[in-house]
Design a protein. Structure first.
Length: 264
């Protein structure tokens, strides 16, 4: 999305692509520098035609949308312009988003990640703008060790940002799934688990809403508690340990279920 070909945005994206290529994943870097791409006209013709393309044909928009459709994962990069993304990448996002939604979620469940180059400030807003495109398109957005931002002014300056480079590598790092520890997996019998080595979390404490029609009876650790709309029952609830809560809300048990779980 940068107007500078081979600039800091392309350098940051290059680090991400190298990590993918190490895993045997085919990649392609497309720079919008010098390309003509117009903004969305809000004509809604994509919703009528449903041909998986934008109705505008006089620029590079559809060529890029086709690339996005064919890819399993999409990386979008942009420098920070007035605390936002560039007009080129914004135009592509707007048009691709509408085409995708008009065609049954064309980008749904693809993986998407944004990369931002910044001189000093404003990068978070630009980063959010990229992520908003992924999320509204129902895509999967991986996290990293920090926000996917590299700091640099002149082309090549981001090479000095060691943390930024590390963040680019981690965002696509492929790791083995975490395994439960032997002590955790053996703390419960196999009959208590849906699968061997898979921990089962206990049910969290409940909050019972007010009901003016009937009295609800719930059981927690062998004790019955009645909850109704107020009056003497509400006062009784306070005596049972719900002091500090409104009379129509009763906390079933004061013990934190997370503390209980992590103590096992």
């Amino acid at each position: 999305g940068s107007a500078r070909k081979g600039g800091n945005t392309a350098i940051l994206l290059g680090y991400v692509l190298k990590e993918l290529e190490k895993e045997g994943i085919e990649t392609e870097l497309i720079e919008l520098s010098g390309a003509t791409i117009h903004g969305c006209l809000a004509c809604r013709k994509c919703s009528v035609k449903k041909d998986r393309r934008c109705s505008q044909t006089g620029d590079m928009g559809n060529a890029y949308i086709e690339k996005m459709e064919q890819a399993d994962g999409i990386l979008l990069g942009s420098p920070t312009y007035v605390t936002d993304v560039t007009p080129e990448i914004k135009a592509l996002m707007d048009r691709a988003c509408l085409v995708s939604r008009a065609n049954g979620g064309m980008l749904r469940h693809k993986v998407g990640a944004g990369v931002v180059a910044v001189r000093r400030a404003g990068a978070m807003h630009a980063f959010d703008a990229l992520n908003h495109f992924f999320l509204i398109s129902e895509m999967i957005v991986p996290g990293s060790s920090y926000w996917n931002i590299g700091i640099g002014h002149e082309p090549g300056d981001v090479e000095k940002d060691e943390e930024g480079i590390r963040t680019m590598k981690v965002v696509v790092e492929i790791r083995e799934p975490r395994r439960t520890s032997s002590s955790r997996s053996t703390s419960r019998s196999d009959s208590d688990k849906p699968g061997r080595g898979v921990p089962v979390l206990p049910r969290p404490p409940c909050v019972v809403p007010k009901s003016s029609q009937s009295t609800h009876r719930t059981r927690d650790r062998g004790s019955d508690h009645a909850v109704n709309g107020g009056g003497s029952a509400g006062a009784q609830n306070d005596k049972n340990g719900s002091q500090g809560y409104p009379s129509h809300i009763h906390r079933l048990h004061s013990t934190s279920w997370l503390e209980e779980w992590y103590s096992t």
